[in-house]
Design a protein around this ligand. Structure first.
Ligand code: PLP
Ligand code: COI
Length: 378
């Protein structure tokens, strides 16, 4: 039996579609159809592969006739699409990735979710898609987590990964911004994305993003385009690439799933995000803020491959690590550049990456005081 509940969402919602006028709308209701049989007890919690286990419910909200329709929470299931669905052909598709954890008291905590809401809206705008007011986005995220709160792991190293995404749904062959969209949020309990330190290669031929392109947007095509070079690197024995700029391949940008950080002469150095080619990582921003509080020098600036290789040759690089929601803080053990392979020193408890990783984890689990007000309770 379909159980339909009407819950009030106390939020004012502004929806903007680039081809239409501003629309002001208050979402007053949400339809909820709960699963009759939870899959929670079928999960093998000791063997969770990242991205393969899905919680019981998903939230779906459609955009049609220039307006968002009533959101629905329903059992997690496949969706059916018209073969001409425009996102599949023309790539109007954006997504976010966030995590929820439980503190000792059993409260569910989100980490800086307002930054995901903002980045989602920016990605939508870049891709000519309607935006969702950031408070409404957050409300919808909270609603889906609330209904599946039992799926939020309490085990160290595990989280509930939250995947909000939107894609164009016009059944139409032709290049134009779609008139119809679907927004979905589903969640998955996850463990580590990377289980061991990574071997990476500095990419000098293929390009992830170019100035004026969509590198800053979290849009599906950026990931699709990176697969071929990543696959080639994998064949050569590397786990990931370090992308360089699309013009001269002279400056370091980021990795395929995370932003990148170097500790050179004791300073934390990371590529500046002033260029529109790098994803504005929430983990990166948080690491920078934490480390600055520890009085460690931080430089956000262009870092050339030459500068990095020179520092590696002179053994001035003590740490290299990637940072991202899925990746958390991922150690890099080896960097390849042309025919050279540089091994980084072994990771110790004194490393900035180890300390910041522990600090972030303590914050997310509510074990230390949240002095920056980053946690949001669901
Ligand atoms: N860069 C890329 C390409 C990513 O996919 C991600 C992950 O979302 C990041 C960086 C890190 O961003 P965040 O820390 O917000 O997850
Ligand atoms: C994330 O870190 O949330 C991402 O979207 C990256 C992806 C590799 C899972």
């Amino acid at each position: 039996m379909l159980l339909i509940c009407f819950l009030k969402i106390q939020a004012l919602c502004v929806f903007l579609h680039p081809t239409k006028k501003f629309m002001l709308k208050e979402i007053t209701s949400i339809n909820i159809d709960r699963t009759k049989k939870s899959r929670l007890h079928d999960v093998d919690w000791d063997n969770i592969t990242f991205g393969k286990v899905f919680s019981d419910h998903m939230l779906v909200m459609n955009y049609m006739d220039g307006d968002w329709q009533t959101p629905e929470i329903k059992p997690f299931d496949s969706i059916s699409l018209h073969p001409a669905t425009s996102a599949i052909h023309y790539g109007q598709s954006v997504f976010e990735g966030m995590k929820a954890n439980k503190n000792e008291a059993g409260d569910v905590l989100l980490f800086r979710p307002e930054m995901n809401a903002k980045r989602f809206a920016e990605s939508c705008e870049r891709m000519c898609m309607p935006t969702i007011d950031q408070d409404v986005f957050l409300d919808l995220v909270k609603k889906i987590i609330d209904i599946d709160r039992e799926w939020v792991p309490s085990k160290e190293g595990f989280s509930l990964y939250i995947r909000p995404f939107m894609f164009a749904t016009d059944s139409f062959i032709g290049i134009k911004p779609s008139d119809n969209y679907t927004f979905i949020i589903f969640t998955c309990p996850v463990g580590f994305y990377y289980s061991k330190p990574l071997r990476v290669k500095i990419e000098e031929f293929y390009t992830r993003a170019s100035k004026g392109g969509v590198g800053r947007a979290k849009t599906a095509g950026n990931y699709g385009a990176s697969l071929y070079p990543a696959k080639k690197a994998k064949k050569e024995g590397f786990d990931q690439l370090i992308w360089t700029d699309g013009i001269e391949h002279k400056y370091i940008e980021e990795s395929g799933t995370m932003n990148i950080m170097f500790v050179i002469d004791g300073k934390l150095i990371t590529p500046s995000e002033s260029s529109d080619t790098i994803l504005r990582g929430i983990t990166k921003r948080s690491v920078i803020d934490i480390v600055k509080k520890w009085d460690i020098a931080v430089e956000e600036r262009e870092i050339s491959v030459d500068e990095l290789v020179f520092a590696l040759e002179k053994c001035r690089v003590s740490e290299v690590f990637g940072v991202g929601t899925a990746a958390t803080v991922a150690s890099i053990s080896e960097i390849a550049f042309r025919n050279q392979i540089f091994s980084l020193p072994p990771v110790t408890n004194k490393n900035i990456s180890t300390r910041v990783s522990q600090h972030l984890s303590d914050l997310k689990l509510g074990r230390i005081e949240d002095t920056m007000n980053w946690s949001v309770i669901v």
